[in-house]
Design a protein around this ligand. Structure first.
Ligand SMILES: NC(=O)c1ccc[n+]([C@@H]2O[C@H](COP(=O)([O-])OP(=O)(O)OC[C@H]3O[C@@H](n4cnc5c(N)ncnc54)[C@H](O)[C@@H]3O)[C@@H](O)[C@H]2O)c1
Length: 259
């Protein structure tokens, strides 16, 4: 349980929108299990607190920060909290992401701007606010939670989500390229069909959840939906020194969907 011993991690979107395990919540807990000291950042204070409590109950170290990634100054607030609680930052996992259905004709300027603000612009600003500290120490790791939707065309359209998540991959690669010589790595994770509270909450009102879960599982060559732990374990690898020579990659966590 020491794959992240001595590391200090900020998980952005460390709560979960419903009961159960979202990707950020599982990632925060997994990182702490492996020895990282974790800052749970979320706009929902209760959700961040729940994750931190779970970590502490397991003997790990966690603090929380209530912050909306779209608010001015959130990057500085995260950096300040990391310094105050843990003395600095080694890992930033950008997990916040939202979607809106619709193709090009259904997407309003407002929706497009809102989705890009959260899925991409805030990730850039958080990177800019934390990068100097990582560069100064000559090490660090960024993990951007993108989506398979960036590269896989589903039968339905989520245009602003798909395009913003593709841009997030490019952000990871650009940060990787620009900072490789400074010892700072940056990678993207592309989760596929994952069973998280976000998805469950979204589908519950529309159709029979069990039927939908079976349909989603049937899409995947492995015959099951992924879990938040599949995403958390991928993030753990990318955050750890085991991935010391791995930067600028798009790690698909999709059970073979795009194999
Ligand atoms: N669930 C899936 O099937 C799936 C598939 C592909 C990619 N993803 C990506 O995984 C990531 C996490 O998904 P999830 O379903 O586990 O998350 P989620 O919807 O449960 O959200 C995680 C947390 O983010 C917080 N959050 C939302 N907006 C915020 C904001 N503006 N500022 C601060 N915090 C905010 C929420 O309060 C929540 O606690 C997203 O980026 C999503 O696009 C999910």
């Amino acid at each position: 349980m020491t794959r992240l011993a001595g590391k200090r991690a900020a998980i952005i979107g460390a709560g979960s929108v419903g009961p159960g395990w979202g990707n950020g919540k599982a990632t925060a807990v997994r990182f702490a299990q492996e020895g990282a000291r974790v800052l749970c950042v979320d706009r929902d204070a209760a959700a961040a607190d729940e994750t931190a409590q779970l970590i502490r109950a397991g003997g790990g170290a966690a603090e929380t920060l209530e912050a909306d990634v779209t608010a001015p100054g959130t990057g500085a607030a995260v950096m300040e909290a990391m310094r105050r609680h843990w003395g600095g930052i080694d890992i930033l996992d950008y997990n916040v992401g939202i979607s809106a259905p619709g193709g090009i004709l259904e997407t309003s300027d407002e929706d497009w701007a809102r989705i890009f603000e959260i899925n991409l612009n805030a990730a850039m600003r958080l990177t800019r606010a934390t990068l100097p500290a990582m560069r100064d120490q000559g090490s660090g790791a960024y993990i951007y939670v993108s989506s398979l939707a960036a590269v896989y065309s589903a039968p339905y359209s989520y245009l602003s989500y798909e395009v913003s998540k593709m841009a997030l991959i490019r952000l990871a690669r650009s940060v990787a390229r620009e900072n490789a010589a400074h010892g700072v790595r940056a990678n993207a994770i592309l989760p596929g069909v994952i069973e998280t509270p976000h998805v469950t909450a979204f589908v519950d009102g529309q159709t029979d959840p069990e039927e939908l879960a079976a349909k989603r599982a049937a899409m995947v060559p492995m015959g099951r939906q992924g879990t938040a732990w599949d995403v958390a374990n991928a993030a753990l690898y990318l955050a750890s020194d085991e991935a010391g020579f791995v930067t600028g990659v798009e790690l698909r966590v999709d059970g073979g969907l795009t194999a």
